[in-house]
Design a protein around this ligand. Structure first.
Ligand code: NI
Length: 186
């Protein structure tokens, strides 16, 4: 296992659509997935897509820790509980309805920044794992958001390109000093 270098916004690898994995059970796939998991934990992220580590294939790793699951009232919705470490190969996303939801996102390829991004609230996603077994899940809320964010990387899209109001792009450090809604107005 190895900790890999993470590409940052501006690197062409983040703009190129990733290629389909021909053989999800190839040892090379298991190896890169293991390295991606190690890299994600080292960088304290909840997800990582292969192009972010300079590997242009359709592979995503993610998890939803307990503290991040559920809506702001702390009530877990269906499909929005904690999710264990998951490897998705050749994932496909299908929105389940037209409902969108805004939420703050950050990205290991866009260090220091955070932005308010609209995402589909409920999705179904399908993929295979490195053993070649199918995965099919319904996801909501943060779980759905993470999967949409990571799968966007496979199409060369970073979260700022999904934002509808660029005034909501900020440095995490500054947002901590001046929380949204807490700004004094005169
Ligand atoms: Ni990202």
């Amino acid at each position: 296992m190895a900790i890999l270098k993470i590409a940052r916004m501006g690197h062409p690898v983040l703009r190129r659509p990733a290629e389909t994995v021909a053989d999800p059970t190839a040892p090379e796939v298991a190896r890169i997935a293991a390295d991606m998991i190690e890299t994600m934990f080292d960088a304290v992220g909840v997800g990582l897509a292969a192009p972010q580590v300079h590997f242009g294939k359709r592979i995503v790793v993610f998890h939803v820790p307990k503290g991040r699951a559920g809506n702001p009232e702390g009530v877990p919705d269906e499909g929005d509980g904690p999710v264990g470490l998951t490897v998705l190969i050749n994932p496909l996303i299908e929105p389940l309805d037209d409902a969108m939801e805004e939420g703050w996102e950050a990205c290991l390829s866009v260090p220091g920044l955070t932005g308010l991004v609209p995402r589909h609230r409920r999705i179904r996603y399908r993929a295979v794992n490195p053993r070649g077994e199918p995965i099919e899940r319904i996801a909501e809320g943060f779980h759905a958001r993470v999967v949409q964010h990571e799968c966007d990387h496979l199409d060369g899209i970073l979260y700022p390109q999904r934002m509808t109001d660029m005034r909501e792009l900020a440095y995490v450090e500054e947002l901590r000093r001046y929380p949204p809604g807490g700004v004094e107005r005169s």
